[in-house]
Design a protein around this ligand. Structure first.
Ligand SMILES: Nc1ncnc2c1ncn2[C@@H]1O[C@H](COP(=O)(O)OP(=O)(O)OP(=O)(O)O)[C@@H](O)[C@H]1O
Ligand SMILES: [Mg+2]
Length: 245
């Protein structure tokens, strides 16, 4: 097992009691028990609003990434919407420092593409403006051209850009980078992505943070139940009976 760039995270102190952060179960869990990473690929799963983006963004800022996404070379801001959780974090790093890295913030990939154009550094991104490609194409270009080995990658819902075949391409690329000593911490709702072998899945909920096998996540179970019998699943959701013919 390779050493990790990020070994664990916890809180030095709780945010003020009247802050929305201190009401989040995942923040209380970090303060009480912390979170230890054991694998090169970690997934954060959980319902909408569980705190995945808040956690990954705070970790990214604490590691010197721009709050709006990008590599460590980006320092633009368009709207300072990030929380100040990063200022309460204690992060334990491994012995080696990552050679490269990237923070993908789901909501601001567009701004990162604009910033690449403004900096004139398209050469590192496949020589063309990411704006001239679709969302998924530009994300795959990013992963295939700009991501390198021995990197730390913090990704918030990479599936937002990807078709199922695009996801398969991304999983292949991620695996190459893992084989070349990279670490990924990814928030996701993708039942395909979380089946990646040897990954650890942290499920965030009102109970805090727990480790679950992928087959026990609601992402996997709900999708499986749906796809096994889509007509019946839709009838159950919409409350009608399927007539026999
Ligand atoms: N600036 C803010 N002020 C108050 N509450 C906030 C703020 N930012 C986030 N929250 C709350 O914190 C909670 C966690 O939000 P977060 O974006 O981390 O969820 P998430 O797990 O990433 O959800 P999703 O799956 O929808 O992306 C949500 O209930 C949200 O309303
Ligand atoms: Mg989110």
């Amino acid at each position: 097992m390779r050493d990790l760039y990020i070994r664990s995270m916890s809180l030095r102190e709780m945010p003020p009691a009247d802050s929305w952060l201190s009401a989040l179960p995942v923040v209380r869990h970090l303060a009480a028990e912390g979170l230890t990473f054991h694998r090169q690929v970690t997934f954060l799963v959980g319902e909408n609003g569980a705190g995945k983006s808040t956690l990954i963004e705070a970790l990214a800022i604490s590691q010197g990434f721009n709050a709006e996404g990008g590599s460590r070379n980006f320092n633009f801001t368009t709207a300072a919407t990030h929380s100040d959780l990063h200022s309460y974090l204690r992060v334990t790093r491994g012995a080696a420092y990552p050679r490269t890295g990237y923070f993908l913030r789901a909501e601001s990939f567009y701004n990162v593409a604009t910033n690449i154009d403004e900096l004139g550094v398209q050469a590192g991104y496949g020589h063309e403006s990411l704006h001239s490609r679709s969302h998924g194409e530009s994300f795959l270009t990013l992963a295939e051209v700009r991501f390198h080995g021995k990197g730390l990658y913090l990704l918030d819902e990479p599936e937002a850009a990807l078709s199922p075949t695009g996801m398969i391409r991304f999983i292949r690329r991620m695996h190459e980078l893992v084989e070349d000593d990279s670490q990924f911490i990814i928030s996701t709702h993708s039942p395909m992505l979380i089946t990646y072998p040897d990954a650890e899945i942290f499920q965030l909920s009102e109970k805090g943070i727990e480790t679950v096998p992928f087959k026990e996540t609601s992402h996997y179970r709900t999708t499986l139940r749906f796809l096994q019998n889509p007509e019946q699943a839709m009838a159950d959701i919409l409350g009608y009976e399927i007539e026999d013919d």
